[in-house]
Write a protein that binds this ligand. Structure first.
Ligand code: SF4
Length: 310
């Protein structure tokens, strides 16, 4: 997995591995996280902005600083700015691993899953388009899903009132048997998105033919890699790390949960081996993950609570 790659890079002699906080807790395929690697002596640092890595590289000219870039379309433009600054400054001891992924490709993969197709109708009732991603890509990319798969999409902000309004819009569309894209965050999101950010991203990155998603497997053209102009600053080329095949926990049902065909409590590990403090799958890692949110907000009578209570 990509976390295994991050762990392998962190273990390289003389490497300072930097990434965003959420990533540090995510376990690799052997249940080891970057936080555990740091406890074992690796130099792993959390950054709030990828631009901080330039300062870290300047303070440690004898080290190789690697930024593990990860996230959806929202975090890609800052990494593009970082790449431009690295290249302009010729910063030799700073490189980047690109793991930026694309929301529309993931939605399409989920909707195309045979398990959903076999149900003849897509069981998912609708999608909430994430406001931060939509601010970059705009509302247009969702139109295909509304037309092709007949599912409503409502673009929403993250404030409680935004989410309630968006859920209400989804319920109304469902009751009226409508399937269209509604933009409930028009104060931020436009039809075409942030054109300047899109151009910036296109100047630095290109599509990967395939990318392995945890729980979903390989998805074609669902992620970005650095263009050849930036190859000398691409950590995947600078370091030749060979990894054993990734091992997914066979009991983790993240893939089914993401497709809407299972719920967190259908997983035998939920609230047992897998908790927000000790996540075993991607849905339990960040607070907005389906399993983490369900763990936090589940009703007291839920079966998992009874299990924990004995
Ligand atoms: S509870 Fe944990 S192991 Fe189970 S599906 Fe969710 S993230 Fe995966």
């Amino acid at each position: 997995s990509r976390i295994d790659l991050a762990l392998a890079l962190a273990e390289e002699p003389g490497v300072i591995l930097c990434s965003y906080g959420d990533l540090l807790r995510v376990p690799g395929s052997r249940r080891r996280s970057l936080l555990q690697a740091r406890a074992d002596g690796c130099d792993v640092r959390m950054v709030y902005s990828c631009i901080e890595t330039i300062e870290i590289a300047g303070r440690h000219p004898d080290k190789q600083v690697v930024f593990f870039a990860i996230g959806f379309e929202t975090t890609t433009p800052p990494t593009a700015v970082l790449m431009q600054r690295i290249a302009a400054g010729g910063i030799k001891n700073l490189s980047v691993v690109c793991n930026h992924v694309l929301t529309p490709a993931a939605i399409q993969h989920i909707l195309n899953a045979p398990v959903l197709r076999e149900m003849e109708a897509v069981r998912l009732d609708g999608f909430i388009g994430p406001g931060h991603v939509s601010a970059i890509i705009g509302s247009r990319p969702y139109e295909y899903f509304a037309e092709e798969f007949a599912v409503p999409v409502v673009i929403s902000g993250f404030e409680p009132a935004d989410l309630l309004l968006s859920i209400l819009s989804l319920v109304r569309q469902t009751n009226r048997r409508q399937a269209r894209v509604e933009n409930r965050l028009s104060r931020v999101v436009t039809d075409d998105g942030n054109i300047a950010a899109q151009r910036l991203v296109a100047s630095v990155f290109e599509l990967r033919k395939s990318f392995d998603w945890r729980g979903l497997g390989p998805i074609p053209y669902s992620a970005l890699r650095l263009k050849s102009d930036f190859r000398e600053y691409d950590a995947e080329h600078r370091f030749h790390v060979s990894l054993p095949p990734a091992r997914e926990n066979p009991a983790c049902r993240c893939g089914e949960i993401l497709r809407g065909v299972a719920e967190p409590e259908d997983c035998l590990l939920f609230a047992r081996g897998c908790t927000p403090e000790n996540p075993m799958g991607s849905c339990m890692v960040s607070s907005e993950g389906a399993c983490a949110a369900h763990f936090r907000y589940r009703p007291p009578s839920s079966s998992a609570m009874r299990r924990v209570g004995g």
